[in-house]
Design a protein. Structure first.
Lengths: 401, 295
């Protein structure tokens, strides 16, 4: 395989920013003190935690006391959801969407087994939720609503401000999984009716193994991990100082680059999208082009299968991802594309490119140069290509879930 | 990231025998766009020998590689030898497949069988309608499940999913698959002959298991055995090109002789014990014994 990596999978994970690595390194080397200890040596760890907390709070437009450090986005989601539910155990209705990340969706499925009524808000063909439908789902029994800020596969941005307002009117706590949104679009929690919000470090150029949870002051909270006074008793366990410092630095950098994300990175994404759409027939964009993250494009190519495309892209050092069944180890295509009603003819051949500020126009051009050839090679092998447009279209697997 | 062998990568990146074979006289098609993979296999058969082969595949790398290696394998083979190619042979030719991808090799085997059936003028899928549909998501029948369990010595439901996709959708049939697996492992279901292994019960012959069955007279027993043979067992065996003949009934011992395809079937013992005897026990008397006699 040729050496250079063209990385277009930033919704999966990101490279650690050099500034982030530099900031965290001392805490992996000489500054190893436990932030809870009494001597001055440990005090440096303590003040590093405080600084990181301020950096995260600044990016989100909130106060440091409302930030809890966790090990990852999934932990943040679980902590928030079980926290809210356990605070009001008599209420047995949970609302989320059909297109959530498994970190939330799997909790919904688990809650169903625990006797909860769980409502999954549906999406339209472009992956959008309906606020009218949402308002109808809210009722007196609703214990919590969990909605993602932005979807990892399509990049769609959800109406969390409006949904949060509806929740607040009815006194229902509102959790937002913002793992894909933080650092890509401006988020100001001082203006948003959100009670809990989950952040993941490695999606914004911090390393894996660190996350944060925003808990609005006054929102009900029950610790997920017990056994220590860390994070003011809200999350026990010795603080991962290097990772937390990294997350803080990454948040500060993200704030500085958020304009670039929405101008230069957006332009690169648009250039990639138009370049591919212009040179490949039978391709469609999945998601809402008018309201999505600036770094994400999800395209389906008819008659070919995603894993095969990815492996051919890999020959060129191009990293992307697919919603095809074969890439996930599951046997069905992405639950997000299925919820949107994307036909199987397209769902199996979906590709997601997610960019970051480290991508360049040269890399985009490289993809636009090579992908059309890959698609046409695979279409030559495919038995469906060249058939009438609706070949196989009626042949729908009766998978409904 | 799947762990693919060099052979899989090679056959995927440089697939052999791609495209429509213009003078093909045998075509087998399995899978669908909806299910995520599909294979159309073209064979040219002369004097019962495969002289050329090609394919078109929609699917992942291992589906393309399985198709490619299959076309290489069968070229030059007699039809009879080609029918003996199993999914394991295909996987082996690729140096192995990730377990989650074994269904790609099964697809190759099924397409090969379908192509040869089309050449013989038989319907493409044997027993498509008779086999009880177990997995509705991926259209997998009990027969297909029994077959992969036996041919690949599978011991878990997860493995069955890896080989057939059954249970990989909504998951509603997982329990059913567990029952089938249990039956096969217990030797209660014979492979080929036990199409849709649960026999259609003739209502007036059925004996409730809880109710003590009244003792049958010799004449009653003989009548019932003959009726079950004619109405349930023989039609099933005939679907596979086999047949059965009643030779004698001596007390509770029923002697039969297998005919047609059954005589050369390597699993004839399973057919006798697992299907014929079990069906007679279910339908007539629990303590009947079936003996095969060569005649």
């Amino acid at each position: 395989m040729s050496g250079a990596i063209r990385y277009f999978d930033n919704n999966a994970t990101t490279r650690v920013a050099p500034e982030v690595l530099e900031a965290m390194l001392p805490f992996l080397q000489d500054q190893y003190g436990n932030a809870s200890s009494m001597y001055r040596f440990a005090g440096r760890s303590q003040s590093a935690l405080s600084k990181a907390r301020e950096q995260v709070a600044a990016l989100l437009g909130t106060s440091p006391e409302e930030i809890i450090f966790t090990s990852c986005g999934t932990e943040s989601d679980s902590t928030a959801i079980y926290s809210a539910l356990n605070a009001r155990p008599e209420k047995k209705h949970f609302i989320t969407t059909r297109v959530e990340h498994p970190a939330v969706l799997a909790i919904g499925q688990h809650l169903e087994k625990q006797g909860y009524a769980v409502s999954y808000l549906s999406v339209d063909g472009k992956g959008r939720v309906s606020l009218d439908e949402f308002a109808k789902l809210l009722n007196k029994e609703t214990a919590l609503v969990s909605m993602m800020f932005a979807n990892n596969e399509t990049g769609n941005i959800f109406p969390v401000a409006e949904a949060g307002a509806l929740c607040r009117e009815r006194g229902v706590p509102f959790h937002v999984d913002a793992v894909q949104a933080v650092g890509k679009i401006p988020i100001d929690l001082s203006m948003l009716p959100i009670d809990y919000l989950a952040v993941s470090g490695h999606k914004l150029h911090a390393p894996k193994g660190v996350g944060a949870l925003y808990v609005r002051r006054g929102a009900p909270f029950r610790p997920f991990l017990r056994g220590g006074h860390q994070e003011r008793g809200r999350r026990a366990g010795t603080e991962a100082v290097p990772n937390i410092v990294a997350l803080g630095t990454a948040c500060e950098l993200a704030g500085r680059h958020i304009q670039e994300e929405n101008t230069r990175v957006r332009a690169l994404r648009d250039s990639l999208q138009s370049g591919l759409m212009a040179s490949i027939a039978d391709a469609v964009i999945n998601g809402d082009q008018n309201n999505r993250l600036p770094n994400t494009v999800n395209i389906s190519f008819k008659y070919v299968e995603g894993e095969a495309i990815l492996l051919m892209l890999d020959q060129f050092g191009i990293c992307a991802s697919s919603g095809s069944a074969c890439t996930s180890g599951s046997l069905e295509p992405s639950h997000v594309l299925r919820a949107m009603g994307v036909p199987f003819t397209y769902a199996h051949g979906s590709l997601r490119f997610s960019l970051s500020r480290y991508n360049t126009q040269e890399e985009v051009d490289f993809v636009v140069e090579h992908l059309p050839e890959i698609i046409s090679r695979l279409r030559e092998i495919s038995p469906y290509c060249g058939f009438s447009d609706d070949a196989g279209e009626s042949d729908v697997c009766p998978v409904s879930r | 990231m799947w762990e693919y062998t060099d052979a899989v990568r090679d056959h995927f990146l440089n697939p052999r025998n791609v495209g429509v074979l213009k003078d093909a006289n045998a075509v087998g098609e399995v899978g669908s766009l909806a299910c995520g993979d599909a294979l159309k296999l073209y064979l040219k058969i002369e004097n019962s020998r495969i002289v050329d082969a090609s394919f078109q595949t929609f699917g992942c790398a291992s589906a393309i590689a399985s198709s490619s290696v299959l076309t290489d394998m069968v070229k030059g083979m007699s039809v009879e030898d080609a029918l003996a190619v199993s999914n394991k042979d295909i996987a082996k030719a690729l140096g192995g497949l990730p377990k989650e991808k074994m269904h790609c090799s099964v697809m190759g085997q099924e397409a090969l069988e379908a192509a040869i059936r089309s050449w013989r003028g038989e319907p493409p899928v044997p027993h498509a309608h008779e086999g009880r549909l177990v997995c509705k998501c991926f259209g997998v029948t009990e027969e297909q499940i029994v077959k992969v369990i036996q041919e690949n010595a599978l011991v878990s439901v997860e493995e069955i999913t890896n080989f057939t996709k059954a249970g990989g959708g909504c998951g509603e049939c997982l329990e059913d698959m567990g029952e089938i697996l249990k039956n096969v492992l217990a030797g209660g279901v014979s492979g080929k002959s036990a199409v849709g292994a649960k026999p259609v019960l003739i209502p007036d012959l059925r004996k409730s298991k809880t109710e003590a069955a009244p003792a049958l007279s010799n004449v009653q027993r003989m009548q019932r055995v003959m009726r079950v043979l004619d109405e349930i067992i023989r039609p099933r065996l005939q679907q596979d090109g086999g047949d059965i003949e009643l030779v004698d009934i001596d007390g509770k011992e029923v002697s039969v002789a297998l005919r047609g395809m059954c005589t050369s079937c390597p699993s004839s013992r399973l057919t006798i014990e697992g299907f014929v005897q079990q069906t007679l026990r279910d339908q007539v008397e629990q303590d009947l014994a079936v003996r095969e006699v060569s005649q």
